[in-house]
Design a protein around this ligand. Structure first.
Ligand code: SAM
Ligand code: SF4
Length: 332
């Protein structure tokens, strides 16, 4: 799609036809199956200071946690028992990343069955990425957040679009099924910037593309900013589906933070994946990247069971398959 077409679709008075077209395309590639990825958020320590994120280093109000290997493996086992075909290991960026212990966890989780492993561990060097891939990690998710150089540098101090993009391309070359994405409605993100972000994302050889709305966190510099708009994020999801028919696109949990049935709306805009947290109850609320995230003080099995029922009620079938993208893009 041309940038002007993307922009027009983001601004059009009505989006029903856009959502219907994206849904039909999603159905033709994935049917009504929704891939489930259980996310183990194993530490909320972070060396970085992204302006939007509640885990930022400068947030001294946050109680930090770090799960040990047994607790991480137990959480992964719970995900598998709940029918997830993918386990995602996600974290803030530790000062010193435990490269080998993470490799050990990957090996242990791979023995739990026909499971794919996604890593979402942020910015690390090529040796670490290669080592984890050699240990059996299948996928890596590293969101661009925005491709706009000024906005990116302002909201992610000390970091640049070029650096992040280099890493996304590196992950792809190493052989990961590579994921990236953006946050919609970041303070300072205009419709033109969003349209350009969607175009650039769609030009990358990505197997997964994540887009979710910005939710302001009270202990960040963006605490007074307005949240991203639900409608804009849904339109962005639908446009990504149209430009990337075979990509795995999650209905992000941030949509649920804006609306009780946010994830269903994401699916109805063309998404085909859900990524519930399976982080154990005593610490899960501490993975507070934005208000509402992991907020329900209930056991994981109950929360995931409720989400699966929501999917069925909305006419979808929670799938236990590993859920690769049916067509891998080439070109990295
Ligand atoms: N630390 C790793 C990284 O930054 O890539 C992975 C974990 S980080 C918490 C995962 C994602 O959370 C980020 O890529 C960002 O898109 C999202 N995120 C953080 N703060 C957010 C906010 N306030 N609203 C919406 N998404 C947010
Ligand atoms: Fe750390 Fe990731 Fe949050 Fe940035 S988005 S502060 S790197 S956890």
């Amino acid at each position: 799609m041309q940038p002007s077409e993307i922009r027009d679709a983001l601004l059009a008075p009505q989006a029903d036809a856009l959502f219907a077209e994206a849904r039909t395309l999603r159905d033709s590639v994935f049917g009504r199956e929704v891939f489930q990825r259980g996310v183990v958020e194993f530490t909320n320590h972070c060396r970085k200071n992204c302006h939007y994120c509640g885990l930022r280093n400068a947030n001294t109000a946050l109680q930090r946690f770090r799960l040990d290997a047994d607790a991480i493996l137990q959480a992964a086992r719970t995900a598998v028992e709940l029918g997830m075909g993918t386990v995602v290991l996600q974290s803030g960026e530790e000062e010193t990343i435990a490269i080998r212990p993470i490799g050990y966890l990957i090996g242990q989780i791979k023995q739990m069955g026909a499971i794919s492993i996604t890593l979402s561990l942020g910015d690390h060097d090529e040796d670490a990425y290669r080592y984890w891939h050699d240990c059996g990690a299948d996928r890596y998710l590293l969101k661009m957040e925005t491709f706009n150089p000024e906005l990116h540098a302002r909201l992610r101090p000390g970091q640049s679009v070029r650096e992040r993009l280099n890493r996304v391309e590196m992950l792809c070359r190493i052989g990961y099924e590579t994921g990236s994405g953006i946050i919609t409605g970041l303070p300072g993100m205009t419709t033109d910037i969003l349209a350009e972000d969607l175009r650039l994302l769609s030009g990358l050889p990505l197997d997964m593309i994540a887009v979710g709305p910005f939710i302001p966190h009270p202990q960040t510099p963006l605490k007074e900013a307005a949240p991203g708009l639900m409608e804009e994020s849904l339109r962005a999801t639908a446009l990504l589906r149209l430009m990337n028919p075979a990509a795995n696109i999650p209905a992000t949990s941030a949509l649920d933070a804006l609306s009780a049935h946010g994830r269903e709306q994401g699916l109805n805009a063309g998404a085909n994946v859900v990524m519930p947290s399976v982080t154990p109850e005593p610490v899960r609320a501490g993975y507070n990247i934005y208000p509402g995230k992991n907020a329900a003080p209930e056991p994981v099995r109950l929360i995931v069971g409720r989400l699966q029922q929501r999917l069925r009620d909305a006419g979808y079938e929670p799938s236990s398959s590993r859920g690769e993208s049916p067509v891998r893009k080439t070109g990295c």
